[in-house]
Design a protein around this ligand. Structure first.
Ligand code: AKG
Length: 295
């Protein structure tokens, strides 16, 4: 996939060092007004669409108190698959350029979502790490967040625990054995919540966090929604591991390679494999077909 401005590196050496050591970046006002306006208009279109819905569907996840007069969207699933403005931002525009800059080369897009976190109590996201939701063959995956509105401390900004990406990877199952999607209270008691950094900022500000980072956000008790557009990428030769969590159900454009090509080289258990091409869209040829074509 072609990048809008592949020659332009938006990060300094200090930014890269900060990401490696602390596991996150906080880039105030990163997205310019024109592109931000396009993303905001796209988000507003989904709010209008939601007025016709009485319950959640595949694309829009609604809060129980949602009504046509007072819409309350929890999440727009896979914005990249559902609107051109989100697709262009994440696969060709500033989101793509930033992902390539942080990871130092071509990247593989994994998934996207838009968390609205509505006003007056919009929901908390408990402390968690992402990698357990969609394990990959390495720990390069990261998520880029864009605030589509000004966000202050009262609005439930993203909170990250600097350096925690290098620490333990926690069990996110409940004691009952069911998937809980968050760290359990005993583990949360063992982390120093006073070290949390709350990433606020004007609309267009960007957050980047590594897949092993402990992060979350408190309810939005302000009178304005807190739309946060999130898109996840890995290094090009990092691959999602099938049959765990969300891998395999992340959207039609998942797996798109941005800013170069993939040579399908992966290392598993210390051994390098030069894997076959990606046949997930076109369908796999048979071994007979491939071998005869090669003659
Ligand atoms: O919306 C937020 O504040 C955080 C989102 C998040 O951590 C997630 O969806 O994994």
């Amino acid at each position: 996939m072609a990048l809008a401005s592949v020659d332009q590196n938006p990060l300094s050496e200090d930014d890269l060092k900060h990401y490696q050591q602390r596991g996150y970046l906080h880039l105030e006002g990163f997205v310019d007004e024109e592109i931000l306006g396009g993303l905001q208009r796209a988000a507003a279109e989904f709010v209008e669409l939601s007025r016709d819905l009485e319950s959640s569907n595949r694309v829009l996840d609604l809060e129980p108190s949602h009504t046509a007069e007072s819409p309350r969207i929890r999440r727009l699933n896979s914005p990249v698959d559902n609107h051109d403005a989100f697709r262009a931002f994440a696969l060709e525009g500033p989101g793509a350029v930033l992902a390539c800059a942080v990871l130092g080369g071509p990247v593989r897009y994994h998934h996207s979502k838009l968390n609205f976190k509505w006003s007056g109590g919009g929901e908390e996201i408990k402390w968690h790490q992402d990698i357990q939701f969609w394990p990959h063959t390495d720990f390069t995956p990261l998520t880029i967040g864009v605030y589509l509105a000004d966000v202050d401390e009262l609005m439930g900004p993203m909170g990250v625990l600097p350096g925690s990406h290098q620490g333990p990877l926690y069990n996110q199952y409940l004691d009952s054995g069911e998937w809980g999607g968050a760290m359990n209270p005993q583990d949360v008691a063992g982390i120093d919540l006073s070290k949390m950094e709350w990433l606020t900022g004007p609309a267009g500000s960007v957050t980047v966090h590594n897949c092993c980072m402990i992060h979350g956000s408190v309810p939005n008790n302000s009178s304005n929604p807190r739309p946060l557009l999130l898109q996840t990428y890995s290094a090009v030769n990092s691959f999602p591991i099938a049959h765990i969590g969300a891998n395999g159900v992340t959207g039609h454009l998942s797996g798109t390679v941005i800013g170069g090509s993939s040579d399908q080289r992966i290392t598993v258990d210390g051994r390098e494999i030069l894997g076959a091409p990606d046949w997930s869209r076109a369908g796999a040829p048979t071994i007979f077909g491939s071998q005869q074509e090669a003659e």
